[in-house]
Design a protein around this ligand. Structure first.
Ligand code: GLN
Length: 536
């Protein structure tokens, strides 16, 4: 039975760390033996994150069931070590689409369809249905954006009503807000937090706890002031200060007693938590000191959040191996423009050619891949990176001049990467790629098999193009082997024969999505090992 709902709101500005607080709290409750999951609400009108530019919103995270979701779901999955679904990311677009469909069907016949109650009911229903369907003890609901945003209002109204309907002992509101420090005086300023709490109250929500994002631990005086203005006991105001790693946030929230406060409100005893595995992980992560330099070659390199799951997967693998990945970001377009010479490859231990869409930076990536292949530098190509590795190989080893992906050149004489079956007729771009997890059969005796140590693995996809099977024999004759296949016969992994190259691996699925702190993604572990020249 659902014991309670915990709502997380944000104040002062976005990116204040609500996602990490949500994930951390999830971990703390899960470590107490509760079944807890989290929902992210995104008040934008897009139906999902799939059609948004990663430059603006960061990575599109893909769930097991093929949802294209907000990157916060990635944090939730990593911290809580659970698989979520597309239903765990609710957007304004989904809500309105459903309300409008119902209206057209006649479900509201005779009524004037309005934000209150129709839209708010739809929101509440989705939250409750999912909590029931997944049979959770607690559902944490993070409301994206900042209190006071126009588009967030229907969601805040819905959760305000939920407090009333569920009763105060089944709901807990946490407000996360920023207390900036003025560089001139070094003072921790609490006014923005006070104001955002007031804004929250104005719409009828009194927070049960305030978590203050700040550069250094919250000072006693600042805590006292915030508690006073938020009408809260002082121990309900918590510090979420800058740390060496976000993976430490659960530990400082535990120290400050957050789960206790919540359980007390819900009338439950705190069974206590065993966080030793997590502490070990944080310890290993921080101790991992042997640097491995990795070139990250892509086109969204200005916003690191575009590749957040890959960065995190490298950290997980690094903590596991005692290695510290040092990332050198390479903007592929600058290679094309001659602003960056390919010599950067001589200065790194390994390289990742990153996922992506469209033609910008493609030739820069292909040129890098050639040099990486020829210089025997450990290389990982992910999704688009894998596809371009095949293009490079076709052009420069097989001698197929002008070989390309049809995504970039639909008229190429050698479409080594072509549209997936069924995609030709797809006109709608939202949610129509090959999405989500599916089984991959790995061929024994390959690098892929060495990495996974298993014949069947499940990894998540997000792509529209694939390796053209017409060329597979030719590729294999020249040493580029397909080492993993989907049941339908789509190439999932490609690799260079180990006699030719120590680690040249391309993966069509995004294996980064399933990497977790306590179970790092095997591809990233193998890649880092190769980068650090560790044997075995
Ligand atoms: N653009 C490529 C495709 O659609 C690769 C996508 C990706 O890297 N996620 O197949």
């Amino acid at each position: 039975m659902v014991q309670g709902y915990i709502f997380i709101t944000g104040g002062v500005l976005s990116s204040v760390g609500k996602g990490i607080v949500t994930s951390s709290l999830g971990l703390l409750l899960k470590s107490r033996g509760f079944h807890v999951e989290a929902i992210k609400i995104d008040p934008y009108i897009n139906v999902d994150a799939g059609t948004m530019n990663p430059f603006a919103h960061g990575e599109v995270f893909v769930t097991e069931d093929g949802g294209e979701t907000d990157l916060d779901l990635g944090h939730y999955e990593r911290f809580m070590n659970i698989n979520l679904s597309k239903k765990h990311n609710i957007t304004t677009g989904q809500i309105y689409m459903s309300v409008i469909n119902k209206e057209r069907r006649g479900d509201y016949l005779g009524q004037t369809v309005q934000v209150i109650p129709h839209v708010t009911n739809e929101i509440k229903e989705r939250i409750r249905n999912l909590a029931k369907e997944r049979n959770v003890d607690f559902m944490i609901v993070e409301i994206g954006g900042t209190v006071g945003d126009i588009e967030g209002l229907p969601f805040l109204e819905a959760v305000r009503q939920m407090r009333l309907e569920e009763g105060p002992s089944r709901t807990f509101f946490i407000h996360v807000a920023l207390a900036p420090i003025l560089s001139t005086t070094g003072e921790q300023k609490t006014k923005p937090v006070q104001h955002s709490v007031q804004e929250l109250r104005r719409i009828g929500i009194q927070p049960d706890a305030v978590i203050v994002r700040t550069q250094r631990p919250l000072e006693a005086e600042a805590r006292r002031k915030i508690a006073l203005y938020a009408t809260l006991p002082e121990d309900h105001v918590l510090s979420n200060h800058d740390l060496d790693t976000v993976y430490r946030v659960p530990l400082i929230l535990e120290e400050q007693g957050l789960p206790k406060l919540i359980l007390r409100k819900f009338g439950m005893k705190d069974p206590g938590a065993d966080l030793s595995e997590w502490e070990d992980f944080v310890e290993r992560l921080m101790k991992a000191s042997k640097p491995v330099k990795i070139a990250m070659i892509g086109k969204y390199t200005k916003l690191r959040d575009s590749y957040i799951s890959i960065i995190e997967a490298l950290k997980h693998a690094g903590a596991y191996l005692g290695l510290k990945p040092v990332l050198k970001w390479i903007e592929a377009t600058e290679i094309e423009r001659g602003k960056i010479s390919l010599d950067f490859i001589d200065e790194v231990d390994a390289a990742i050619v990153l996922p992506g869409f469209g033609s910008r930076g493609v030739e820069g990536k292909i040129a890098s891949l050639q040099r990486l292949r020829e210089s025997k530098t450990p290389t990982l190509g992910i999704c688009f990176g894998m596809q371009l590795a095949a293009v490079e190989f076709a052009r420069n080893v097989l001698g197929l001049k002008d070989a390309h992906s049809q995504e970039i050149n639909p008229n190429t004489p050698h479409p080594v990467i072509h549209l997936l079956p069924g995609q030709e007729r797809t006109k709608m771009l939202g949610g129509t790629m090959r999405l989500g997890a599916s089984p991959i059969r790995i061929i024994k005796g390959t690098l892929a098999y060495e990495l996974y140590g298993r014949e069947i693995v499940y990894e998540r996809h997000r792509h529209r193009y694939e390796l053209n099977n017409k060329y597979v024999d030719l590729f294999e004759e020249h040493g580029l082997k397909v080492s993993g296949w989907s049941p339908e016969g789509l190439a999932e992994f490609i690799e260079l024969d180990r006699r030719i190259h120590p680690f040249y691996f391309g993966t069509q699925p995004h294996t980064e999505y399933k990497s977790r702190p306590l179970s790092p993604g095997p591809v990233f572990v193998g890649f880092l090992k190769a980068a650090a020249r560790l044997n075995g």
